[in-house]
Design a protein around this ligand. Structure first.
Ligand SMILES: NC(=O)c1ccc[n+]([C@@H]2O[C@H](COP(=O)([O-])OP(=O)(O)OC[C@H]3O[C@@H](n4cnc5c(N)ncnc54)[C@H](OP(=O)(O)O)[C@@H]3O)[C@@H](O)[C@H]2O)c1
Length: 153
């Protein structure tokens, strides 16, 4: 950054404690922390910590690696808005206000579908219904070298 080689610095897979430490030792602002986040994983602690530091959360696996498709709640909400489960999950993330979603797809029609989330709005009760899908088993990415995650059930 001092040499003009980068505009912004982000971190990834940092826990709440690690975010605090990183901010404390960094001479530059940190803009985002990229972590797993989708309707089946509670990231309240990480989000609250990022909020204190004015940082965004970048949600990887926003479609829970495809597991959102077929979920009854997401399907039912989607029907009301003429959207599919993936679009509902992405919209839910974006409506947090401080979350960026990075869905991955190898198919052009899926990519187009995943972008088609800016013409509808989830109600407060729909947002809550989706947040209630959190489960303690929701985490998908948990390698042996992972930190001691602090997400809540
Ligand atoms: N920082 C990290 O440690 C970390 C860890 C894991 C992942 N990531 C990044 O996060 C990004 C996304 O994560 P991810 O790929 O694991 O999970 P994801 O985006 O939640 O899900 C991808 C899966 O969903 C399917 N999909 C996507 N759009 C769809 C649609 N509209 N309809 C039906 N199926 C759809 C894809 O299949 P199709 O190809 O058939 O559409 C693929 O199987 C990736 O770029 C990855 O590099 C980062």
């Amino acid at each position: 950054m001092d040499q003009g080689l980068t505009r912004n610095i982000g971190i990834s897979n940092f826990t709440a404690r690690q975010i605090d430490e990183a901010v404390a030792v960094s001479r530059h602002s940190l803009v985002t922390n990229q972590v797993e986040y989708h309707p089946f994983l509670n990231q309240t602690r990480v989000r609250d910590t990022l909020g204190r530091h004015n940082m965004a959360l970048t949600a990887y696996c926003p479609l829970a690696q495809g597991q959102v498709f077929g979920n009854d709640t997401l399907q039912e909400i989607g029907k009301r808005h003429a959207k599919n489960e993936g679009q509902v999950a992405i919209r839910w993330l974006l409506q947090h206000g401080d979350v960026i979603a990075i869905p991955r797809s190898s198919k052009a029609d899926h990519v187009a579908s995943n972008f088609n989330v800016f013409d509808f709005e989830l109600s407060t009760s729909e947002m809550k219904q989706i947040s209630d899908l959190y489960t303690p088993e929701g985490r998908l990415i948990n390698p042996s070298f992972a930190p001691d995650w602090d997400s809540v059930a």
